[in-house]
Design a protein around this ligand. Structure first.
Ligand SMILES: [Zn+2]
Length: 408
């Protein structure tokens, strides 16, 4: 680990590590419930030191960590597969499509990376309670990592969170509080709760180390891609924190002079949950009025990390796309049938977006595209049932069976 400071992404004021915990004390005061966060903090490392110490032959990823190695729980997170999807590429008309499959993290989503880092920070601070609001995946992942380390997880979720995710949280022994209302309501009450009753708040972007945790998906892409920078990374975007984490990975590498260019980041949102997309394309921030999408993991009215997400796209020369629920369902179907990967709806949005723009010339046929698959399909069976039909049972005799096979 190298030294770091927190820097406010808004006023650029810098703070020592234990001088602040969540938002910039100056800009954070401007935050009020129902608006994007203000004064989100970013970790600023001593990049000269990383540059001196990092060796690609023997990479020490602790150099990029904002928590000491010994604080991390003994819980396996990350090191997820990175694979070339040849058959999928042929189907789409591209020759260099890759998948980073985050659905195989311990609880089935990329969110494990942030929970892992926050639990490490809780260990460092001696905090026994961690509080979070979540659309489902962050909470189920926090519940698991907290269970493995004997911490209490207090979790606020919108009451309509998918059942599988609710079951995951409860099975791991978290204190689960379904909130009448949306994710935004759960977010607000969770912050009030920590202010009043303490515990470490894991809310995404509100705690700056959630971005640092998610960053590791980007660092792994670079390593698994033989230390080369892909041309594009397509990222599902709800709150804007995963895309900020991927950006931070490549920002850190560039500042450390390990790479000389950034991958173009593509923000993918659902049509009805498109506040970041609209901010990127028009410069005007408005909350999404009625987010209602099958992709529950990215269903957000007021994205907490709008400004950093927009910067991630703009600084890398990327762009933004929205996809409809029909396109998402079709994307799930194609990803499952042509790449062997069963993704939850939000995790299929990168593929849906690439498919949508394939004839627009924004991505060339041979450019390297990474689709970030953020969560496993078994997390949301009702969504998958929208594109599959379970066949009726037949008698166990060969004539009935062969008829079925032939009709298939
Ligand atoms: Zn500030």
């Amino acid at each position: 680990m190298v030294e770091f400071q927190y820097r406010c992404t808004e006023c650029v004021k810098q703070y020592d590590r234990d001088q602040v915990r969540y938002l910039c004390p100056v800009c954070g005061d401007k935050y009020s419930f129902g608006t994007p966060l203000r004064g989100v903090l970013s970790v600023l490392f001593d990049y000269d030191q990383i540059s001196r110490l990092f060796n690609v032959q023997k990479p020490d990823w602790n150099l990029f960590s904002a928590v000491e190695r010994e604080c991390y729980p003994a819980f396996p997170v990350g090191n997820t597969p990175f694979l070339k999807a040849e058959r999928l590429g042929d189907e789409l008309g591209f020759s260099n499509i890759w998948i980073k499959n985050e659905g195989v993290n311990p609880t089935g989503s990329l969110k494990d990376r942030a929970s892992y880092t926050i639990v490490a920070e809780a260990n460092r601070l001696g905090e026994d309670r961690i509080v979070a609001a979540s659309t489902g995946n962050a909470a189920s992942s926090l519940a698991a990592v907290a269970a493995a380390t004997g911490k209490q997880a207090v979790i606020f979720v919108p009451e309509n969170a998918p059942q599988a995710k609710l079951v995951q949280m409860i099975v791991h022994g978290a204190c689960v509080i379904p909130v009448r209302g949306t994710y935004d309501d759960a977010f607000g009450i969770s912050i009030e709760f920590t202010k009043e009753f303490g515990g470490l708040n894991r809310n995404t972007a509100y705690h700056p180390l959630t971005i640092e945790g998610k960053k590791y998906a980007g660092l792994e892409i670079w390593q698994q891609n033989q230390f080369r920078v892909p041309d594009f990374i397509f990222v599902p975007v709800g709150d804007g924190v995963i895309i900020s984490g991927i950006y931070k990975a490549f920002y850190d590498l560039k500042q450390s002079r390990l790479i000389d260019r950034l991958p173009r980041l593509v923000c993918v949102q659902a049509e009805s949950s498109d506040a970041i997309h609209r901010y990127i394309t028009t410069g005007d921030y408005q909350p999404a009025r009625q987010p209602h999408t099958i992709a529950d993991s990215i269903s957000v009215s007021v994205p907490s990390n709008v400004y950093m997400a927009a910067k991630a796209v703009q600084d890398t020369g990327g762009f933004s796309v929205t996809v409809s629920d029909e396109e998402i369902i079709e994307g799930m179907n194609i990803l499952a049938r042509y790449a062997g990967i069963f993704a939850e709806p939000a995790a299929a949005t990168p593929l849906a977006a690439l498919r949508k723009i394939r004839d627009a010339g924004m991505v060339k046929e041979n450019e390297q595209v990474v689709l970030l698959v953020t969560g496993h399909g078994l997390k949301d069976i009702p969504a998958a049932l929208k594109h599959v039909k379970i066949p009726k049972a037949v008698s166990p005799n060969l004539s009935d069976v062969i008829e079925m096979v032939e009709r298939f």
